[in-house]
Design a protein around this ligand. Sequence first.
Ligand SMILES: [Zn+2]
Ligand SMILES: [Zn+2]
Length: 389
Amino acid sequence: MTVQLQWPILGVIIPCIIIATLAYGSHYFILRHHLSYREQIIYEFYATMIWISYAFAIFTNPGTPPKNYKPTPHEWTRFCKKCNNYKPPRTHHCKTCNQCVLGMDHHCPWTLNCVGHGNLPHFMRFLAWVIWGTGYLFVQLCKRIMQYYEESNLPGYLFDKWELTAVIALTPLDFFVFASISVLFIRCLINICKGMTQIEIWEWERLETQWYSERLWTMIRNNYEKLHNKKFPKLTTWTRSYHSEEEQQEEEGEEMIHLTTNEESVIPKNFTMDDLIFPYDLGFWKNLTNALGYPYVWLIPFAGPGTNGYSPEISKEYQEDDQLNLPWPPDGVRQQEITVTRDNDEELRNIKNYRELRKRLDPRINDKRENFVNDMGERLVDFGVDESD
Ligand SMILES: [Zn+2]
Ligand SMILES: [Zn+2]
C-alpha cells in the first residue's frame, strides 16, 4: 500500500523515534537487569546495524542512467525531458527525487528516497536488521512476561514499577514493528525472486485486467507492425484444446479458459496471459544475486547490487519463446487514444465462465496506462513515478 505524508520529514522522524524507543528504552528499563554484559553489547550491536543500514537506505542514490545513454533497438525509446537523457529499460523518473531512477521500485516515504536498483540491498538489509532486532527483543520481553506470570503471587512492592510499565508498553509496539516489517520484507523478497519491481508487478496486473480488451490488442498490433514492419503473426498457446464443447465442460467445468471470440476479432483467441513472458525474469537465484549481490556480501553494510542496472539481462526463455517480440510493456509506454466498441450483450451471454465475464465487465478494462488503478487502489503515480513518463 502506498503512503503519503503531509509533512515528508515525519517519514524519517517517526521511524527514528520508534527505533530509539525500542532499542534504548528496552535496554535501560528492562534488559540491563537481566542480560550479561556481553549480551548487552551484542544487543547494542544489532541496534547500531539498524541505524547504519537505515542511513545507507536514506543516503545512497538509487541509481541514475549514465550520461548520453542510447537505447538499443529492442527497447522503447523513452526520453526524459527533465533529465535530458534517454531512459534505459526499467527506469522511471521519480517526481520527488527529481531524477531518473534505475530499476525503480517505489518512492519510499520512510527513507525520503527512492528504492531502486542502487540501494535495494541497503533497504533489504535495513528491513532484515529490524526484523532480527525486534525479534530478539520480543523473545526477551516474552521471557519477562513469563517470569511475571510465575511470580504473580508475590507481593507488589517486589516488582520494579518502571520495568513493568516498560514491558507493558514496549511489547505491543515491538510486536507491531516486527510483524509489519516482516510482511514488507517477505513481499519485497518475493518480488526480487520473481525479478520484478513493484511497478512492473503493477504493470503485469494491468495487462492481466485488460487482457481481453480490444484496446490493448490494438496497441500491441500497432506496435508490432510499426516496429517490425510486417503483419502481426498468429499467436498460439500451450493450454489444452478440446474437440467439442461437451468434452470441454466435462473435463474443466468452471475452469474453462477459452473465450468465444470470433475469428475476426483483434483479440487472439488462443493466447493467454500464461503465454506472456516477462523479459527480465532470469530464474530465482540469478534474480536474487543480481539484485542483492552474492550471499557472502549480504551482511556487509556498504555492499551493492550485482549488476549495473541500465542494461538488464534478457531471459533465455524470452529470447526463444516470446511470441509478441516487443519490448516491455508490449502495449508501449505512451498510449494513444483508441475508441473501442463495448462488447454486445450477445457476446457477453456466450461467455460461460464467470471469472472471464467479470473481467470483461471490469470498468478498468479500457483504462489508459496512466489512469489504471490496481486491486490495491494504486496508480502509477502512487509509486512516485512522474506521469509524463
Ligand atoms: Zn528523468
Ligand atoms: Zn524518489
